[in-house]
Design a protein around this ligand. Structure first.
Ligand SMILES: Cc1cc2nc3c(=O)[nH]c(=O)nc-3n(C[C@H](O)[C@H](O)[C@H](O)COP(=O)(O)OP(=O)(O)OC[C@H]3O[C@@H](n4cnc5c(N)ncnc54)[C@H](O)[C@@H]3O)c2cc1C
Length: 486
C-alpha cells in the first residue's frame, strides 16, 4: 500500500504487518485468554528487536527516537491507528510547563516555525504565552522528525495485552510483549528492553510490577497537602474540544465562551487577555470541554460511562455554539489525566518538588507547579522549585528488562500532577530510550547502566542537566500558577 505522506517511516498497518511477517513458533510460557496453545501458534506473528516501546505518545516517541539515535533497533507499538498520543487522540494540543529541551524542543521547533495556528512563526520571546497547534500537526511534525530513520519501526493498531517474562531469580525479567491485532491474531515482539510508555502503566502491571492508583495518605510521604487517608480518587477527566467559526463574524462572544476555558494562540487565558483575543481573532480555539469524574480510569467500561456523562454535560450547549456560528470538534478520546503510577526504585513526592531537589541520578528537568485537578491548593502551595527527576523513578521495582516513561512513572499523586506535562514526560522518554539502548549495547541490566554516561548523552541531546544543577538556567519564565491550566 503506498502512502504519499509516509516519508521514510516504517509504519506498518495491521494488515501490512501480518502480510509481511512470517509465522514462527510460539514460546510455551505465553498464556493469553481465549486461545488454545495450538490456535495461538497459528495466529501469532513474531518479531524481534533491541528496544520495544509500548505506546507512541508524548513520552514513547522521544524514547524511540533517542534509542534509535544510539544505534539500536527499535520498535514502537501503538494501539491507536496513528502515533502521537495525548496531543493527537485527546487534543491536548498545547505545550505547558518548562523547560522545553531535547527532542521535545526539536518537535516544538517544527511546530512553531511551520504550523502556528495563524500561519506566523512563534517568536522565541513569545514562548511564555500560550500557543496551540492543530492536533494532526503534531502527527505531521512527528513524522518529519522520525522520517529520516528508515529502520525505526512503528506498528500501529497493536494493543498490548500480555507481556513475555522469565524468572530471573529475585526479579521478573520482561523479554517482550504480545499485542492484539483483532480477529484472534496476535503479534509477539521479543526485546532486550521494553519501555512502558502506555500512559496508563498497563504494560508494567501486566508484567507483574507493583502499581499505585489514587491518592496517598498525608502520612505516607509526609506530604502536607495530601489527604488524611489514602483513597482511589484520581484527577478528573476532561473532554478537550476545538471550536471553529463557520461564518465570518465579530470576535468571540466572551459570554458564550465563559464556561469553557479556551485559548487562541499567542495570548493568555480567557478572562486575562480578552483584548488580545479580540485583536487576533483567528476563529479557531482550543477548549477544556466538560470535566467529569471516572470511577476507575483503568477500566475501559468506566471510561465509557465517564465519556457519556461528559456528552450529557455538553448537551444543549452544542446548539448554542452552533447558533453563534461555531462548530465544535470533540477529541477522539476523553482526556485521562491520571491512571496507574508504577512503583519504581524511588517514588517522587511533592516535597522533592517543593524543595527543588535535583538528585545525583537526575535524567529530566521540571519546573511546573502542582496542578492536581480536584484538589484545592492556594497559589503559594502550588508553587515548586526547579527540580530533577531521578533515573530510579523509571525503573520498576523488582523487575528486569523494563523501564517506564511518561505520566506512569513512579511518583505520588501530588508529585505526578506537576511532572505529567509534555515537556517533562518527553525528557523522561528521551532518557529511558537512551538508557535502554545503553543496556543493550553494553549487555547490562537497565539498573546497572552508567548513569554519568547517560547524563552526558542527555546533555549532548539538548537536556542541560549540568547547568540546571548549577542554577545556571534562566527560569524567570516559569509560569505563574494562574497563567496556565491543564
Ligand atoms: C485533559 C488534559 C489536558 C492536559 N493539558 C495539558 C497541557 O495543556 N499541556 C501539557 O503539556 N500537558 C497537558 N496534559 C498532560 C499531558 O498531555 C499528558 O500527561 C502526557 O501527554 C502523557 O504522556 P504519555 O506519553 O505518558 O501518554 P500519552 O501521550 O497518552 O501516550 C500513551 C500512548 O500509549 C498508547 N497505549 C496505551 N495503552 C496501550 C496498549 N495497551 N498498547 C499499545 N499502546 C497503548 C496510547 O494510545 C497513547 O498513544 C493534559 C492532559 C489531559 C488529559
Amino acid at each position: 500500500m503506498t502512502d504519499p505522506h509516509r516519508n521514510n517511516v516504517t509504519s506498518w498497518s495491521r494488515r501490512e504487518f501480518f502480510t509481511a511477517a512470517g509465522f514462527l513458533g510460539l514460546p510455551a510460557y505465553i498464556s493469553l485468554p481465549g486461545l488454545s496453545t495450538a490456535e495461538m501458534a497459528e495466529n501469532t506473528v513474531h518479531m524481534e528487536t533491541d528496544v520495544l516501546v509500548v505506546g507512541g505518545g508524548s513520552a514513547g516517541l522521544p524514547a524511540a527516537l533517542a534509542a534509535f539515535r544510539q544505534g539500536v533497533r527499535v520498535v514502537v507499538a501503538e494501539e491507536d491507528p496513528q502515533i502521537g498520543g495525548a496531543p493527537v487522540d485527546m487534543f491536548v494540543a498545547m505545550p505547558c510547563g518548562f523547560p522545553r529541551f531535547g527532542i521535545y524542543r526539536e518537535l516544538l521547533d517544527i511546530l512553531e516555525t511551520t504550523y502556528n495556528i495563524d500561519g506566523t512563526p512563534v517568536r522565541k520571546e513569545d514562548e511564555t504565552k500560550d500557543h496551540w497547534y492543530f492536533p494532526q500537526l503534531y502527527l505531521t511534525a512527528w513524522r518529519k522528525l522520525l522520517g529520516s530513520h528508515k529502520k525505526l519501526r512503528i506498528v500501529t493498531g497493536a494493543r498490548c495485552i500480555g507481556v513475555l517474562t522469565e524468572d530471573a531469580g529475585t526479579r521478573n525479567r520482561v523479554t517482550g510483549a504480545v499485542f492484539d491485532a483483532g480477529r484472534g491474531q496476535r503479534l509477539s515482539i521479543r526485546a532486550s528492553v521494553v519501555i512502558d510508555a502506555s500512559g496508563s502503566g498497563e504494560v508494567s502491571e501486566l508484567a507483574g510490577a507493583a502499581c499505585r492508583y489514587g491518592r496517598e495518605s498525608r502520612e505516607e510521604f509526609e506530604e502536607p497537602f495530601a489527604e488524611e487517608s489514602p483513597d482511589t480518587t484520581v484527577m478528573p477527566c476532561t473532554w478537550m474540544m476545538i471550536s471553529q467559526r463557520f461564518r465570518p463574524g465579530p470576535a468571540p462572544d466572551f459570554e458564550l465562551f465563559k464556561s469553557r476555558a479556551f485559548i487562541d494562540s499567542g495570548v493568555g487565558w480567557y478572562g486575562l487577555n480578552q483584548d488580545d483575543v479580540r485583536g487576533r481573532n483567528t476563529g479557531a480555539y482550543l477548549h477544556w470541554g466538560p470535566t467529569v469524574r471516572c470511577a476507575d480510569t483503568r477500566n475501559s467500561i468506566e471510561l465509557g460511562k465517564a465519556a457519556s456523562q461528559a456528552l450529557e454535560k455538553l448537551g444543549a450547549e452544542i446548539e448554542t455554539w452552533h447558533r453563534n456560528g461555531f462548530n465544535l470538534w470533540l477529541a477522539p478520546r476523553l482526556g485521562v489525566r491520571e491512571c496507574r503510577r508504577v512503583e519504581g526504585e524511588y517514588i517522587i513526592n511533592m516535597n522533592d518538588l517543593k524543595a527543588g531537589r535535583i538528585p545525583d541520578d537526575t535524567i529530566a528537568l521540571g519546573a511546573y507547579y502542582l496542578d492536581a485537578w480536584g484538589h484545592k491548593l492556594t497559589e503559594d502551595q502550588r508553587r515548586v522549585d526547579p527540580y530533577g527527576i531521578p533515573y530510579r523513578a523509571v525503573i520498576p521495582r523488582g523487575m528486569g528488562g523494563l523501564l517506564t516513561a511518561g505520566k506512569c512513572i513512579s511518583g505520588t499523586h501530588l508529585a505526578m500532577s506537576s511532572y505529567r506535562v509534555q515537556c517533562h514526560v518527553a525528557q523522561i522518554g528521551q532518557a529511558a530510550g537512551i538508557a535502554a539502548a545503553m543496556a543493550v549495547k553494553h549487555q547490562t541490566r537497565v539498573r546497572d547502566i552508567d548513569i554519568a554516561a547517560l547524563q552526558q548523552a542527555l546533555i549532548a541531546g539538548g537536556i542541560p542537566i549540568d547547568r540546571w544543577r548549577k542554577g545556571d538556567i534562566d527560569v524567570r519564565w516559569r509560569p505563574e500558577p494562574s497563567s496556565c491550566k491543564d
